[in-house]
Design a protein around this ligand. Sequence first.
Ligand code: S3P
Length: 166
Amino acid sequence: MNKANVVLIGFAGTGKSTVGRALAERLNWQFTDTDHRIEERYGISIAEIFKLHGEPEFRSAESKAIDEALAERGQVVSTGGGAVLAERNRTRMREGGFVVALTASKRAIIERVSQDQSRPLVQGNVEEKVTALMESRKHAYDFADLKIDTSELSIEAIVDRIQAAL
Ligand code: S3P
């Protein structure tokens, strides 16, 4: 392992937090979820941050949370689906960790995201919103060191693959 951390990226609903937690346990590393870090800092949910402060402020808090997480070593860092949109975040991730992109079929993503009201960017017509967002982010996760389609794999199998690549 020549990188200090593992960074999980990918569209909402691809399993970053679940996989991250399991991977951290396997490696005996610490798990950090940047969304969770931001919620703790503000004391309110991501949806409320978007509503009260707007997306630009959320994005800047997200960049800060990524910097803080990657300043340490031995972290499995799970990031929000839009964290890769800023070039400075992509650079920071590549410098600070082994970057793993989790993907899933659109059907699987819509199914997972529909069960959860916490994502402000995919409320309302979930299918339409997910389709548009996936299209606009088609290549956003391409910079990863490793890509894994989670649609048909168990958490255990995904963790095995990441561990084998480290
Ligand atoms: C976002 C994804 C969310 C969260 C925020 C914005 C996005 O994280 O950071 O709602 O832009 O795709 P998840 O990918 O964990 O849902």
